[in-house]
Structures are given as C-alpha cells and as structure tokens.
Design a binder for this molecule. Structure first.
Ligand SMILES: [Zn+2]
Length: 616
C-alpha cells in the first residue's frame, strides 16, 4: 500500500496556478501546461482548457457539474454529514483545524458531492470530487457521499457517473480511510448485479485508494487528455526502482495503450460522449428489432439456393482487401456507436474492435476482428489477428452486454489468433478457451457472422452463438488451406486441394450444420457493392434478433449449448457426400460431420500430424 505516498504527494506536477480557484474571472493566470498567460474570462469560456496547448485545468465540483449536467437539472442528494476525527490525529496541526480551513476555503463539507441530474435528457446520478479539499483525499465523508450516490442509483435504477480527482486515501483517518476502498467497491458490485451502467471520468490526478476502487471499477472509463491515474505515484516508483520513468507515464494516453482507459475525451466532447453511451445503456421494453418488411431471401438456409463453387476460389474471394471490414459495417449499419478499448489488464488490441451502438434503434454490443484495406492499416491492425488482450477485451464487452441485457453481434474476418511470442506469454490459448466458456453461458442473444475469413480457434472464440451465419463468399475452417497443405501434403502449393478437402465454403458449411444460414452477397461480391452488402447484413441481423430477443435467458442458453453439444455425434446412416437434400437440418447435418472427417489424403501420417489441426 502506498497510503504514505498519497494526499497529493504522488503528483509530480503541480496542478497549476489556475487550479485552485473555481473561476478565473477577470484576472490573468499562468497555464499549467505551457506557462502562457491566459485571460481569465476567456479561459472560463473555454471550459478552462488552454487554447494553446490543450491543458485541462482542474475544475471545482460545482464547476464540473455546471459543465456536465443539463441546465437546471441538478438536485443535490442529502448525505449524512460526517465530521469525525476517528484517530484524534495531530501532525503539525490538529486534523479538525485542517478540515475547518478546507471548508472555509472551498465552501464544501468535504471533497465530494452527489447529485441527481440529466445529461442530454438522460437521468443520471453524478458523484464528483473536488481536489481543492485536502487533495481530494478519500476519507469517511467521501466514501459516504459516493456510497450514498450509488445506493440512490441502485434504488432508482439510474446510471451512475463519477468524476474523480484525488491524491489517494486520507492519512489523517488512518485505517478508517482505507476501509472506504472496500465500501465503495462493494457499492459498485451491487450496481453490476442490478445491471446498472456505471461510468468513471478520470481527471488529473487520480491516485492511490480512489484509483484502486471506484475510479477503475466502472463499466466504461473515460479520461480527460493528459489526466494521470495510478496506484503508486511517480516519485515513489522512481525511488523504489531507481529509474527515470517516461514522460507520458500514467497519463490518459499511456493508460489507453495499456488497456485501462476506454476513451480519451476532451472536455468539450464529454457531454455528447456520455449522451451516446447513456442512450444505449439498457434494453428498453420495446427493444425487439422489427422484422424487415421483406424478409424472404435475407438468409439462405437451403443448400440448393447456393451454387456449387470451388473452395479455393472462395478462399481467394474471402481474402480480397476491398471487402467491407468490421468498422465499415459498423459505420453503415449502426447508429451512435461508441468504441470501448482495452482489456483492463495490459493492452488494447487493435485487431479486435468492440463497443455499443444501436441497430435500427435497438441497443446492441458489437465485437469484431478488424483487418483493413491498405498496407498501413493492415499493419496497424496486426492483419486482423487478435492478441490475448483482444479476446480479453471481447470478454469484457460481452460481460457488459450481459449486465445491461443487450444482444451481442460478432463479425468475424480473421486468418486466426495472432501466432506470436508475446501472445503465447500472455496465454493466447487460455484467452480463447475462456471466451468459449463465457459465450456458452452468456444470458443474452448472440449472433455471429463470418464476413470474410473464419480462421480456426481465433474465429470460433467469437462464434459460439445462438445463430451462426456466413456471408456467401466467406470461408470458415479449422486451419488455413496453406497450413493444412504444408502439414498433410508437405507442399504449400497443394492449398487448393486442401481447401476442397476441408470443405471451407459457405455451401459446405451450411451442409455440415456449422452455420445456420448464408447471407447473400451482391453480384461480384461484397467488395463490389459494400453498401448492398451492409444492407444484406443488417436485414439478416434483424431477422435473427427478432427471433431471439423474446426468448428467456434459460431457453437461450439451453438451446445454444444443445446446438454445440451435438457436433460430432454420429447419426445413423449419415454420410457427408450423400445428397444435396434441401431438408437438411443442423442436427442431422452435424451427424454428417463425423463422416466428413474420414476423407483424408492418402499418405503416411504420424500420430502427431493427424492430431495437428490448428496451430493458430
Ligand atoms: Zn497552455
């Protein structure tokens, strides 16, 4: 614990001369970022953000609420006034003297306020901290204000937003201050159980006991640019490890790269960002998507409706760089999408995107692998191959969807999970396995669509769903055709033969019952007309969600488990190549899967080779 390092001592940078007053008025001040002189009134008009360098000056609790809430919507929540000095603490002055001085200087009872209000018309409970009051330190009074705000949010089923600014736990209250971390954390746990959205807004600085409790337990973490958050302060760490830390250490930008922060939002964008999030934060009573007017043909379920096609040609078509990516589809079919970032652990994987938005007005969570159209984008997105942090981000967003009762849509286009050294060090296999188990019991509708390449375990990790669909030109396979060719044929040039043997195209996978339906693509493929491809995807998703959303949680989970339970179970008389029957159902098709695996290329295989099927 680093309680001794708290109370503002963790801040290496002074909060700035402009920081300690709520409003600058007609005076001149010195910017805490670039040392430029700023005229007070102009600074206030700019929400106390420096026009030259973008430095976000601290705000008072009242100033923050004024910026955040709809005008006239604030109603303060009564909190029992805690006036204790549990230890009879004296340093150079008695603690009660310090409290009196802080109250006189700020007009506040302690370092936090809890209020009701609305943000862009959405009701919220907001708890906001004020750094001027003893460095925003967490003592019994702040813990009580936060907990009371959380309890009101729970009772009224209203989202809870917190704005933190704190040096850490309040030393003068000793272990009583420490216990506030436990008290506030369990209050957030109750909001999780009740399915109520929580959002944390990190302002500079947020350290110690506040960082290690309610500031980082929220569903969505938003930070102001440059805001620093951490458990231990920079100086304590530098003294301990005897190294100089990088300049951006513990800043919002550093934290987003390391998977802690979802969104960095400049102050002027905070209200619209929150408005978007609040609008998708829960499933409404009317939250069942309408069936499209003309549903016929939106999902092909009969093998006869799909032309015979060469599997290798499908592989090449599925890999075309012009095909719409997950972000393209999100852009074309969702409203008010908010991307969520990071695994809250180590990193934010750019090969996997996730977030909340609305499909035809209905809130949904969308998760998908992201490739790209250019060499730069592909490199930035790691060629669409997620790392373990990608799968952990996906799991985090799926849990959030389950908490809020939102359907999950996954869009899959990946050659596979990233095969790399770091990925193994961070337990890629565990991340994939845990996703499979999580999806098996997720108590909300899940629809998966393979839009391009469905590469092995890295694809299945997002495809344990109630409905599994494929775009017409997509492929889905246990291993890449090239990988299979080099292992079993000892010749990568045998990839076309391997693709055919693996039966990777949509027609074959529909026959095997791996997918429930195929989404038709425009003439020439999805890349020939991305808008038409997106509209076909939207129609198919609407049909699936209209079917699944009315089902209760037990029915959903039971049917999903049954769907996957039956793969590989032999069915009497089944044969992979027997017919083009139009009446094939997933259950009898699943039986055929067993027979299909007999079709092996005839060459000597070691037991090792026979079991090697998925090295990615
Ligand atoms: Zn500046």
């Amino acid at each position: 614990m680093t309680i001794e390092a708290t109370l503002g001592a963790s801040s290496s940078r002074d909060p700035g001369t402009a920081s300690t007053k709520g409003s600058a008025g007609s005076s001149w001040l010195l910017c805490g970022g670039c040392n430029t002189m700023i005229y007070g009134r102009r600074f206030d008009r700019a929400a106390r953000v420096c026009a030259d360098c973008g430095w976000h000056a601290p705000l008072t609790a009242d100033g923050r609420l004024e910026q955040l809430l709809d005008p006239g919507s604030r109603r303060d929540i009564d909190v029992l006034a805690i006036d204790g000095d549990p230890l009879g603490f004296v340093d150079s002055r008695p603690y009660p003297d310090r409290l009196r001085a802080a109250r006189a200087a700020t007009g506040l009872h302690d370092a936090a306020l809890a209020v009701h209000g609305t943000i862009e018309g959405n009701p919220v409970v907001v708890v906001v901290m004020d750094f001027r009051f003893l460095g925003g330190s967490l003592g019994a009074a702040v813990g009580e204000v936060f907990t009371r705000g959380a309890e009101v949010a729970l009772r009224e089923r209203t989202p809870l937003i917190t704005v933190t600014a704190s040096g850490g736990a309040r030393m003068q209250e000793g272990a009583i201050a420490l216990m506030q971390m436990a008290k506030t954390s369990q209050a957030l746990g109750q909001l999780d159980e009740a399915g109520i959205l929580t959002v944390s807004i990190i302002t500079d600085p947020t350290f110690g006991g506040v960082a290690a409790s309610f500031a980082t337990l929220a569903d969505v973490i938003i930070a102001e640019p440059g805001a620093r958050l951490g458990f231990a302060g920079r100086r304590v760490i530098e003294q301990t490890i005897r190294q100089v830390l990088p300049a951006d250490f513990q800043t919002a930008e550093f934290l987003r790269t390391h998977g802690v922060v979802d969104i960095i939002s400049p102050r002027r964008d905070l209200r619209p960002t929150l408005g978007r999030l609040l609008s998708v934060s829960s499933r409404r009573d009317d939250g069942i998507p309408r069936q499209p007017l003309r549903a016929g043909g939106a999902i092909l379920t009969k093998i006869a409706d799909l032309p015979e096609r060469d599997s290798w040609e499908s592989v090449r078509t599925a890999r075309r760089l012009g095909r719409p990516s997950t972000l393209d589809y999100i852009d074309m079919i969702l409203e008010d999408f908010t991307e969520l970032r990071g695994d809250r652990m180590s990193a934010d994987c750019p090969a996997l995107v996730a977030g909340l938005g609305r499909l035809d007005g209905v809130p949904v969570a969308v998760i998908g692998t992201q490739k790209g159209h250019t060499a730069d984008e592909l490199r930035h997105r790691n060629f669409g191959m997620p790392t373990p942090s990608g799968y952990r981000k996906s799991a985090r967003v799926m849990r959030l969807a389950a908490k809020l009762g939102l359907p999950v849509i996954t869009l899959i286009d990946t050659a596979g999970a990233y095969p790399g050294m770091e990925a193994e060090e961070q337990a890629q296999a565990v991340a994939i396995a845990e996703n499979l188990r999580l999806m098996a019991s997720l108590a909300v509708p899940v629809v998966a669509v393979v839009t391009g390449e469905g590469g092995s375990g890295g694809a299945l990790a997002l495809a344990f769903a109630d409905r599994v669909l494929m775009c017409e030109n997509a492929v889905y396979s246990v291993i890449s055709a090239e990988g299979c060719a080099s292992i079993l044929w000892k010749d990568p040039a045998a990839a076309p033969r391997a693709a055919a043997a693996l039966r990777v195209n949509s027609r074959e996978l529909l026959r095997l019952g791996i997918v429930d339906g195929v989404i038709p693509e425009p003439d020439g493929g999805a890349d020939a007309d991305p808008a038409a491809a997106a509209s076909a995807l939207r129609a198919a998703l609407r049909i699936c969600l209209a079917e699944l959303t009315p089902l209760d949680q037990m029915t959903l989970v039971t049917r999903r488990r049954t769907r996957f339970r039956q793969f590989g179970v032999p069915t009497a008389g089944a044969n992979a190549t027997d017919s083009d029957s139009d009446t094939s159902t997933p259950s009898d098709a699943a039986g055929k899967h067993a027979a299909a695996t007999d079709d092996q290329p005839g060459h000597e295989q070691s037991p090792h080779e026979q079991t090697v099927e998925a090295h990615r």
